[in-house]
Design a protein around this ligand. Structure first.
Ligand SMILES: [Zn+2]
Length: 343
């Protein structure tokens, strides 16, 4: 049986190949995974395919699909010697990517390819860009030069600025997010339908909030019941009061931790869906949907937005989740977050 890791990486590689087959080449990719070397291999694979002189097959529009690994281009890409495939790495000393490094690659990407069909810029450890480096890079990411492809590699995507995250097509080459909980998936399906069919105004938005809060409350009750029944308190009713108090503290800490994890799943699922909406506003995006099963809802919402507004939604929701890690009042944070979304 294939390990989950190879299944996920295969899945990402298949998605990428399928998009090339259809001549849909994104301008900026974010390759995610647990190990940088395998992400670098994946980036090299794409760079080889795009620039191979004698690929075994091509898309209708001429994109190379199966690089030969033997031609001069393939060999130089593999050896990291190709003048049109440029790399940025974090410096050894500071483990950071600074603004000068980014300026260099931005300049290099702005020049026409010397010999290749596509200029490829690979930013290994993109999450190590410091803030000024990331800001210098945003414009290139928004308006990339023609015939260029940027590939950002990250093992810690939570460190990337929202503005960068939202401008890349993400492909997960790691073990990645496990399958979503069935209850969460079911809830999100209803949520997406309710959003797609909701009218304008505040009332529909408060109904969405209500649906989220109700599901979270039900989940919390479930967690309380399940942890209470396994707590020693129920088995030792005669224990002394000190002991009982300790068990109670343990129990409530356990409930809180489990509830936060579960809430993270719900909010993370919404985040995935908002990303699907953003993808649906982009020309080559809809093939990467995380939830193709309700693409209709996703496209309905996407049709009401543009990519800028859809990208802002991701920023709003990421901020909401970060806020919940602080001691902010939950219902209030969710209300503010949901009302700020443009759906
Ligand atoms: Zn080749």
């Amino acid at each position: 049986m294939a390990s989950p890791k190879s299944a996920s990486a295969e899945n990402a590689a298949t998605l990428l190949r399928r998009s090339l087959e259809r001549d849909r080449l994104g301008h900026a990719y974010l390759f995610l995974g647990e190990e940088m070397p395998s992400l670098e291999d994946a980036a090299l694979g794409l760079a080889r395919a795009l620039n191979c002189e004698t690929p075994a097959s091509r898309s209708p529009g001429g994109l190379g699909l199966d690089p030969c690994h033997a031609c001069s281009s393939c060999r130089r890409v593999s050896g990291r010697l190709h003048p049109d495939v440029v790399w940025v790495h974090p410096t050894r000393k500071m483990r950071q990517i600074g603004v000068d490094q980014m300026r260099e690659i931005i300049h290099s990407m702005s020049l026409k390819p010397m010999e290749a069909r596509h200029k490829v810029g690979i930013i290994a450890g993109a999450d190590r860009m410091n803030e000024s480096a990331a800001n210098a890079f945003l414009k290139t990411l928004e308006e990339p030069p023609k015939r260029s492809v940027l590939i950002l590699l990250s093992t810690e995507p939570h460190r990337l600025l929202d503005t960068i995250l939202s401008r890349c097509l993400r492909l997960n080459f790691g073990t990645g997010s496990a399958e979503l909980d069935v209850g969460v998936t079911h809830w999100l399906a209803e949520f997406s339908t309710a959003t797609a069919t909701a009218g304008e105004g505040l009332m529909p938005r408060y109904r969405l909030l209500g649906s989220l809060l109700t599901s979270l409350a039900a989940r919390k009750e479930q967690i309380e019941k399940s942890l209470e029944s396994s707590s020693p308190m129920s088995r030792y009713p005669d224990a002394d009061s000190d002991q009982k108090e300790r068990w109670e503290v343990e129990l409530s800490a356990g409930v809180e931790a489990e509830y936060r994890r579960s809430r993270g799943e719900y909010l993370g699922a919404v985040q995935w869906w908002l990303r699907d909406i953003l993808l649906s506003t982009l020309p080559a995006g809809d093939q990467f949907l995380r939830f193709p099963q309700w693409a209709h809802n996703t496209q309905t919402v996407a049709a009401r937005l543009n990519s800028e507004r859809a990208g802002r939604n991701l920023e709003v929701w990421e901020r909401t989740q970060r806020l919940l890690h602080t001691n902010v009042q939950e219902a209030l944070a969710l209300e503010v977050g949901l009302l700020r979304l443009q759906l």
